[in-house]
Every structure is written in structure tokens, then in C-alpha cells.
Design a protein around this ligand. Structure first.
Ligand code: MEV
Length: 311
């Protein structure tokens, strides 16, 4: 084939971010509404990656950042493709918001290049190649983003491996973007520094965050438990704030979401910016909570619910 195509989507981490770096379990959900598309083709020159955002030609950036270029180089080397590969990426995922934009871009690229090479891409190989690029992006990524952006449904992730989570509970969420760029690498470093300064409190917080993920798996397996889910989100937010990864923008959105009727609200991903996930008491509360979040400064809002993942 003369062209290859690949696609991946954004993700939200519902529970376990940061704790996952220390081997505890986490729970993440793909955001099917926010996708990255990549197209790969042979080029006689050096490899290149051109990116655009939401298909808008005005956002077209020729030449590329280190991350997608690393994904291209890794995939190209693996599949033994010569000479270069030209890749066009179009993303609907805002970067630096904890939505997995870098992993989604790399996954779409790796899939497009495998498609171009005409080689079936196994889950493990895709993960390995994307992780290679993620190391350039974040230093020591747990692999959660690489797994979640390649997943077809909610996952439980621990120590590099993921398995699909059965979800019977119907839960409606809003994801509110603070508009502030969060840097995962420095947030992870800040948690490490916090652990050095306050080892006992820090370790206890991570352990509890991991235990919460375990409880959530049980809640999701049952038909109800939405209120309990909200309580666990609020507890997780407090623990994450204690580790130093919340921010005043996150706190403002979380408070507004809860005041408008949300059952739970927490940061998602690296924190120190990025997005806040709010659990709604039901679908009918969506408009009211959304308005409150916008009034509190949300730069963007995404909606998702667990119904599409139910058997
Ligand atoms: C980033 O999306 C999630 C973190 O747990 C970092 C990681 O898992 O590598 C903060």
C-alpha cells in the first residue's frame, strides 16, 4: 500500500494517577469523542511529521516535536522501512491537559506506519513502540497512557499490564479543562520530592489511592454505587492535593462542579493544570453542572458515560 492509516483516542484517568507510577493499580477510560488520526506515506527524503488540530489548516505545523518524531523513528526502525516516512497527524486532543495527547498521537502514528508496512500490529508491540516515544515525553511513564489510548473500553492498569474492566454501573461524567498546561514530567518529580520530604504521609496516600482503585473495580462490577463512586473521587482528590499536584484552577472547577450537584470531582492525569472529572448524579444534571463549570472558568468541556461500555 502507498498509504497507511491509524487512529487512537484521548483518555481520562478516573483513579490511580501518580500512585500507578509506584506500582499501584489505576483505572482509565478512553474518550471516544476525542480522536487523533494519522496518515503515513513513503517519502524519498528524511522522515517528517506535520500536525494539525481539529482539521484546521491554520493550525498546521510542519516539522515536528520530538515525541511524534520519536514514534516515527521507532516504528520505522522496527518495520525496517527505508527511506523516510511522511506522516500527517490531525488531533482533536488538546495537549498538556492529562488527556493523553502524546500517547494518542504516538499510537495513531505507530498504527499508521504498521498499516503502511502491511504488518499486523499486536497490542504488545504497539505498547512497546509508543512507550519508547512516551519516555521522551515524560521520562519514566508508567505506561498507563499508552495502554489507555490504545484501549477500546475502560481498563484496570498495573505494572505495565492492562485488562478490560467490566462496567455495569451507569455513570455520567463531565471532563472540564482548566485551560492550564500541566507538565506530567514535573508533576511526577514533585510527587517524588514530596515522598522524600514526607515519606510516611506520602506512602500512606499512595497506598490509599491504590486501594481506592480496587474498590472502584468492585463498584463498577455492580449495577449501582454511583454515590460511592463520587465519595471515592472526592477522597482521591484530597489525597492528590496532599501530594501537591492540585492547583487553584483545579480546586475552583472541582468546587463549582460539586456545588452544582456533582457527586464527585477530581483532577485527572498529572495534575497541576489539565482537566477535572466531575461525576453527575444523573444525565439530567448535565446542563446545570456544565454551566457552573463554564462560569468557574472551564476552557472546554467533554461528556462521557459508561453506557457505551456496557455489555
Ligand atoms: C499521567 O497521565 C499519569 C501519571 O500517573 C504518570 C504516569 O502514569 O506515568 C501522573
Amino acid at each position: 500500500p502507498s498509504a497507511g492509516h491509524g487512529r487512537a483516542h484521548a483518555k481520562v484517568i478516573l483513579f490511580g494517577e501518580h500512585a500507578v507510577v509506584y506500582g499501584y493499580p489505576a483505572i482509565a477510560v478512553p474518550l471516544h469523542g476525542l480522536s487523533v488520526y494519522a496518515q503515513a506515506a513513503w517519502t524519498s527524503g528524511p522522515s517528517r511529521v506535520d500536525s494539525s488540530y481539529l482539521g484546521d489548516p491554520a493550525t498546521r505545523r510542519p516539522g515536528a516535536d520530538a515525541i511524534p518524531l520519536t514514534a516515527v523513528a521507532a516504528a520505522r526502525a522496527h518495520f525496517g522501512l527505508e527511506p523516510g516516512i511522511a506522516v500527517d497527524v490531525d488531533s482533536a486532543v488538546p495537549p498538556g491537559r492529562g488527556l493523553g495527547s502524546s500517547a494518542a498521537t504516538s499510537t495513531a502514528i505507530v498504527r499508521a506506519i504498521a498499516d503502511l508496512a502491511g504488518v499486523p500490529l499486536g497490542e504488545e508491540l504497539c505498547f512497546e513502540l509508543v512507550q519508547h516515544a512516551e519516555r521522551v515525553a515524560h521520562g519514566t511513564p508508567s505506561g498507563l497512557d499508552a495502554r489507555a489510548t490504545a484501549a477500546e473500553g475502560p481498563i484496570r492498569f498495573q505494572s505495565g499490564s492492562a485488562h478490560r474492566l467490566g462496567v455495569r454501573t451507569t455513570a455520567h461524567f463531565l471532563v472540564a479543562d482548566t485551560g492550564v498546561h500541566g507538565n506530567t514530567r514535573s508533576a511526577v518529580a514533585d510527587v517524588r520530592a514530596h515522598l522524600t520530604a514526607h515519606p510516611q504521609q506520602g506512602r500512606a496516600a499512595l497506598e490509599r489511592l491504590g486501594a481506592i482503585s480496587g474498590q472502584v473495580e468492585q463498584v463498577f462490577g455492580g449495577a449501582d454505587g454511583v454515590t460511592q463512586l463520587g465519595d471515592l473521587m472526592n477522597e482521591a482528590q484530597e489525597l492528590l492535593a496532599g501530594l501537591g499536584v492540585s492547583s487553584k484552577e483545579i480546586d475552583r472547577l472541582a468546587t463549582a462542579g460539586l456545588a452544582a450537584g456533582g457527586l464527585g470531582a477530581k483532577l485527572s492525569g498529572g495534575g497541576q493544570g489539565g482537566c477535572v472529572v466531575v461525576l453527575l448524579p444523573g444525565e439530567e444534571a448535565s446542563a446545570t453542572v456544565e454551566q457552573a463549570l463554564r462560569e468557574a472558568g472551564a476552557a472546554g468541556i467533554y461528556r462521557f458515560d459508561t453506557r457505551m461500555f456496557q455489555p
